[in-house]
Design a protein around this ligand. Sequence first.
Ligand code: KPL
Length: 307
Amino acid sequence: MPLPNLGRIHIVGSGAIGSLIAVGAQHNNIAYSLSPRRADQLTQRLITYSGQSILLNQNLPEPEKLAETDLLIMPVKAHQLAQAAAQWQPRIQDNTPVLLVHNGMGGLESVREVLKKQPIYLATTSHGAMKINQHEVKHTGFGRTMVGEAPDNRNGSGEQSEMVMKVLSRCLQPVTWQEDIERALWTKLAINAVINPLTAIYDITNGKLDSLQFRGQIGDICDEVAQVAQACKIDLTSDFLKENVQLIIANTANNYSSMHQDISAKRTSENDAINGFIVKQAEKKGIDVPVNTFLHNKIKSLEKNYS
Ligand code: KPL
């Protein structure tokens, strides 16, 4: 059934998570457009978690202008957000809701520089997906999604929040609404700070981290993230983070993390927004985070080796 008060959703980029959202929209008869950064990168098919093949054949042309009742979804990497926001800014209204879905932190700040008035929503998902070639995406790990209003939301209304929640519940389920989305984002930050660099450095799937060999490092990373989070007034304990990390390792065991995929494909990863963000915050608070510093530097050196 179509959603009341919703025009269309516009998905920026044609990456793995954006493509998952597009398939969810198509399945639920929500009008959508998927706009790849490059025309030859458009996802045309998705292999679902249960192995079904779905053609994305209802993709609408990219809109000239978005209405207040449309939703702009930006599932692109943190370092690509500023440019994407600048590109879409002339096409959206002051009241058009914008939903950010990315790993790591710092995305809201860079989008806010450009979209000063729009209501912004933040989501985080632990679904695993990967682009297996330019036109195909595979849903590799079944996760869950959390969404909430950005702390600095300007024009958001209850009705709009409800619409955002309903869209996501159909497109990236299961979804829970978070009054305190920052806590959820920090929890996901810890998950990414562990899984992403370790899988990229050791060239393994997420599930391989469930081995005694990694217990110590995982514990140390969570201890450091919890310490920095607490210094930033986010109420999280290391034990809670460790529990969540182990859960996601189990739920996405066969997945190659996004950082593993980026490093293998010689693309810039989200290193700066994940371990790099923790290192920066730690510096500001005067906290020593040797394991996150090591991982941040190690991934940077792998990125430097791109020919
Ligand atoms: O977010 C992810 C990522 O790969 O970036 C997880 C949840 C770790 C799934 O691989």
